[in-house]
Design a protein around this ligand. Structure first.
Ligand SMILES: [Zn+2]
Length: 101
């Protein structure tokens, strides 16, 4: 007998939606709260966005030194934020300092 009971409940739809963001260094997807956001407001000087909601183009990085180093080695931030100049070393220091906190 075919009837509407064939429809199985989709548990995924009832789960709380957690927006995932992709780390530009390792490509891993994580909840936004577990990633660091770097924002560029059109210039070539990206900044660490400690609030996570600053306006501008944002790029996400895992809150770990490995991904930060990888991002600089691969110029991942420059690509993600379409920067014409290399991301400043001062920003890297700032991010590493924020992670160690
Ligand atoms: Zn990562």
């Amino acid at each position: 007998m075919l009837n509407s009971k064939l429809k199985t409940p989709n548990s995924k739809l009832s789960m709380k939606h957690v927006p995932l963001r992709t780390c530009v260094a390792c490509g891993g997807k994580k909840p936004q709260g577990e990633l660091l956001r770097v924002v560029s407001r059109g210039g070539d000087v990206p900044q660490l966005d400690s609030t996570g909601r600053a306006p501008g183009r944002g790029a996400y990085l895992c809150a770990g030194a490995v991904c930060v180093e990888k991002a600089w080695t691969r110029r991942a931030l420059e690509r993600a934020l379409k920067l014409k100049a290399p991301a400043p070393a001062a920003l890297k220091e700032q991010i590493l300092a924020a992670i160690e906190k």
